[in-house]
Design a protein around this ligand. Sequence first.
Ligand code: AMP
Ligand code: ZN
Length: 150
Amino acid sequence: MNHNDTNTNKEVYDDDIIIKDCIFCKIIRNEIPSVKIYEDNETLGFLDINPNSRGHILIIPKMHFENIYSLPVETWCHMNIKAQKIAVALKHALSADGMNIVMNNESTAGQLIFHAHIHVIPRYNDHTENKYTYIADEMEEVAKEIKEVL
Ligand code: AMP
Ligand code: ZN
């Protein structure tokens, strides 16, 4: 059963909290496209659309929490378990030379999307720029390579 709360812009779908105008909630509900690499009942991992490097992944909880302050500790732990698993997969699948695990909290710290997320960013010796642009079907190809070792 669903109900809306017009004051908070919050919808409750059974036990799931989602926010109507949140891009990441829309990704969870497949209302906007994403290139997913991992999914379970609590978390979703997908390719960042404007990545710092080839294979930059975002891990989000399926329930909407703004940032580290409101995340239930169990959800935070689960996200980190997945971040490690995905980091190892990126290391092997994409031959990464290094790995950043980052979370931005509040706009002062660079948070742009206010649905909590962990960045898993592979780094490469031959790509030191903090920006990468995918060509044509490359995102799907990268996702396939990662999923093969997950
Ligand atoms: P942050 O600055 O930590 O809030 O990071 C938000 C990230 O979300 C940025 O790296 C964006 O490139 C990424 N992002 C925004 N919209 C999308 C989208 N529709 N699909 C995938 N990644 C997105
Ligand atoms: Zn959300």
